[in-house]
Design a protein. Structure first.
Length: 404
């Protein structure tokens, strides 16, 4: 059974996400399997996922996906490039994925492929260095450097959030044989907190939840996601929020020395000194970020540094994940895909946490890191005691649209 891959966070899952899965099947055929690689309990903007990964994964397989695999936390809390590279390694390792399907403001993969080729070309690094000397942010400098190599309409892809991520996907799938397929995004923009026309964004839904308008927010989610969120909320596991554990985060940051921050500052741009000074005295994460920020550094990058420091993550993710961890599957396409993957996958397929003990040291180290991150995620939930430990949690298997 062949499949289309989708890289996602589903934080939370809304009807635009359901539309993308339906479009993948419409374009590739009704028998196409859908394999999602989904961030776990932490998301790329540098935050806790609003609901736990198993609840979000179960909602996905009740809404059109066949199989949901976890993007481990070192990649989930990475740059767009690292996020895309880790997710693509997982999709490639399944041995089943023929197409990568993603939402796009432009709706055309061809210019994104051209951008990816130019970014990986020999002429780009020199152009980028020239632009960075002007003192602007990295995204602005990168777009101007690309404009020197490509038509302006192609380089404009880097000014649009979904297309920017699509370019990173295209970079990561070079040479894999997996074909990119861009689906025109409908409705509000990726980071918009307003509904706009068509589908509302996940950012807008999260904004409603933060304002206490939960039912209005859930009415904008996929039905399965709304049901999953209500169950998590009633159990004391949602919504996860920094406010619930901010002092724990700040306590961890106050232990860090300048050398610890320096290891996380991969650009060696002196950002670590700002974090080290502010981290010793900031009374809130917002105060810390306000002290550290400059126009050069996107806020998401700063937030990721905070979370990587809090979780004790390595400065950069490993080259590739050590296993394929199943979060959820359905009894139809999902189990068929798993059966095939057990024969052809390039990485071990992990369905039971205890099975990681039979794998190598890299797999065991990665799972131990994920388990530690899970225990710290519990502190962000309303009732930390209600969150089960990673070592005792297996995938959700759904059949006929109902989680069992």
């Amino acid at each position: 059974m062949t499949a289309a891959g989708i890289i996602t966070e589903y934080d939370p899952l809304h009807m635009g996400h359901v539309y993308l899965m339906a479009e993948a099947r419409r374009l590739l055929g009704p028998d196409t399997g859908i394999i999602c690689v989904m961030s776990g309990n932490y998301v790329q903007r540098g935050d806790f996922a609003i609901a736990g990964k198993f609840a979000r994964a179960a909602a996905a397989v009740q809404s059109g996906a066949d199989l949901v695999l976890e993007l481990p936390v070192p990649w989930a809390l990475s740059s767009a490039e690292g996020f895309a590279a880790g997710a693509m390694e997982i999709l490639k390792a399944t041995g089943a994925v023929t197409h990568l399907v993603f939402g796009s403001e432009g709706g055309d993969a061809a210019p994104l492929v051209r951008c990816a080729e130019a970014l990986c070309g020999k002429g780009f690094p020199g152009k980028l260095r020239e632009e960075l000397k002007k003192g602007d942010s990295f995204p602005a400098a990168r777009q101007r450097a690309l404009e020197a190599l490509l038509p302006e309409e192609d380089a404009a892809a880097l000014s649009r959030p979904n297309d920017t991520l699509g370019v990173e996907y295209c970079k990561a799938l070079r040479g894999s044989g997996i074909r990119p397929m861009a689906v025109l995004r409908r409705g509000a923009g990726h980071d918009s907190e307003t509904a706009g026309g068509g589908f509302v964004s996940a950012s807008a839904i999260r904004a409603l939840i933060r304002r206490g308008e939960e039912e209005a927010a859930l009415n904008l989610c996929a039905p399965a996601m709304a049901a999953a969120y209500r169950a998590e909320r009633d159990a004391g596991r949602a919504p996860a929020a920094l406010a619930n554990c901010e002092r724990a985060v700040l306590a961890r940051l106050r232990f860090l020395e300048e050398a610890d921050w320096a290891a996380l500052d991969l650009g060696n741009e002196g950002l670590y000194r700002r974090f080290a000074r502010a981290g010793r005295s900031a009374a809130s994460v917002a105060e810390l970020l306000e002290t550290v920020k400059t126009k050069r550094y996107p806020l998401a990058r700063l937030r990721r540094m905070v979370f990587r420091a809090y979780l004790g993550l390595p400065p950069a993710p490993p080259e590739k994940p050590a296993y394929l961890r199943v979060l959820a599957a359905n009894k139809r396409g999902g189990t068929a895909l798993l059966a095939g993957m057990r024969k052809t996958a390039a990485l071990p397929v992990l369905t039971k946490p205890a099975a990681v003990r039979r794998l190598g040291p890299e797999a065991q180290s990665l799972f131990a890191l994920e388990a530690r991150a899970g225990r710290l995620y519990a502190l962000a939930c309303p009732d930390p005691a209600a969150v089960p430990d990673e070592w005792r949690t297996g995938p959700v298997i759904c059949g006929e649209g109902r989680a069992e």
